[in-house]
Structure formats: C-alpha cells, structure tokens
Design a protein around this ligand. Structure first.
Ligand code: 5RP
Length: 216
C-alpha cells in the first residue's frame, strides 16, 4: 500500500467519528481525502468550518455547506492531518501553511481526530522543520530569536498564508518539551502561530499502515 492509500484509509476511518453537527475540516492531502469521502454522507452533518481557503473551495465544490467560524459556535469534531505526531499525540502541523486557522478551528472543537499515514509517527518531534507564521515586518527579528533558540529558520519563498503572512520553516530545534516550546514561541512578538500542537494535542490518531488503520 502506498503512502497516499494509507492516508485515504485513515480518512475513511475518521468517518466513524462523524455524528452530525458542524465539522471542522483541516488542510492538506489527507484532509482532502476526508473531504471527498465526507461528501458521500453530507446529509448526516449540518455544515462544516474550513481551516483554509483551499479546503473551503473543495468542500463547496462537493456541495457541502461551509460556515464562517463566527457563525458556528462549538464544533463537534475537527479532522485534520499532521506532519509529525509523537506517541502523546502532540503534533507538528503547517506543512501546508494553514497552521493558524487549523489551530483556531481545533481549539473550537470538542474532539480533534488526526488522520495520517504511518510515516508521520515519530518518537520525538522535530525532524520535520517547524512551520512558524510571522507578520511580514517581523520576519528578521523573529528569525534572530529562533536562531538564539538553536533553530535554523528558512523563509518559505513565494508563499503567503491565507492571513497575508509569511512562514519560517525552522529546522534544528530540540523539541524534547513540546508544551514548553509552544508556549515560549507564543510569547515572541511577531509570531502569529507556531506549528506545535502540544498545548492542545489530538484526542485520537488514526494512522494508515500497510496492515490497516491503527487507532491511538
Ligand atoms: C497543513 C497541515 C497538514 O495537515 C500537514 O501538512 C499534513 O499534510 P498532508 O496530509 O498533505 O500530509 O498541517 O497546514
């Protein structure tokens, strides 16, 4: 089974968690599989809230109703992929650049189900460069502070987030304490969001493997 088939299997397994109400939808290739599959059961849900313009457009192409989060209240479920997960279901996200809206929609949801292929499970977070969304005028000052923390920030060239900001992809960070690092980065002026989802980890991880979907 290839990586994409494992992503699709995880997305299929997440349909079991859909019990109606308003569903938060993530961003990326795994979330796209979930959107395509959710379209087959659109009568079961009231509406969706998307974590990116791209996901909103895909949902709308399928005829799924997309609400602004301000109209939606609390969401019953959030389903999204990840770039890495550790065994505590703390994640690195933002490879697709949607980390800020993803973190907001996850925070508005009662349950966060992460869907991924088995390559995303790691013992310690940090091999995947940590995406950090930054206000453009603060790019240089934030980069210096990330270097002081031991990281190597690289500007994602030619990319602007849905919020009009830039992304620094930071490699070389030691992420032995994901909650501590997420909190520390949250306090650096100019950083909008960092891609650590540790203060609010996933509640479940559905991981596609060659032998089926493993739930954690
Ligand atoms: C987007 C994300 C994605 O969930 C993450 O990059 C994983 O993507 P994919 O499902 O394509 O492997 O955080 O900002």
């Amino acid at each position: 089974m290839n990586q994409d088939a494992m992503k699709k299997a995880a997305a299929m397994a997440a349909l079991e968690y859909v019990e109606g109400g308003i569903i938060g939808i993530g961003t990326g290739s795994t979330a796209n599989h979930f959107i395509d599959l959710l379209a087959g059961m659109k009568d079961k849900i009231d509406a969706t809230v998307a974590s990116s313009v791209a996901s909103a457009q895909r949902l709308q192409r399928h005829g799924l109703r997309v609400l602004d989060l301000n109209e939606a209240g609390t969401l019953s479920l959030y389903v999204d992929g990840a770039d890495e997960s550790n065994p505590a279901l703390q994640l690195i996200k933002g490879g697709g650049g949607a980390l800020t809206r993803e973190k907001i929609v996850a925070s508005a949801s009662e349950k966060f189900v992460c869907i991924a292929d088995k390559t995303k499970l790691v013992p310690v977070l940090g091999a995947f460069p940590l995406p950090v969304e930054v206000i453009p005028m603060a790019q240089a000052v934030v980069a210096r502070q990330l270097i002081a923390l031991g990281g190597t920030p690289v500007l994602r060239t030619g990319y602007t987030t849905d919020n009009g900001n830039v992304i620094l992809d930071v490699s070389g960070l030691h992420i032995g304490d994901p909650v501590g690092l997420e909190s520390e980065l949250n306090h650096i002026p100019g950083i909008v969001t960092n891609g650590l989802f540790a203060l609010r980890p996933a509640d479940a991880l559905l991981m596609g493997t060659a032998d089926g979907v493993e739930a954690r």
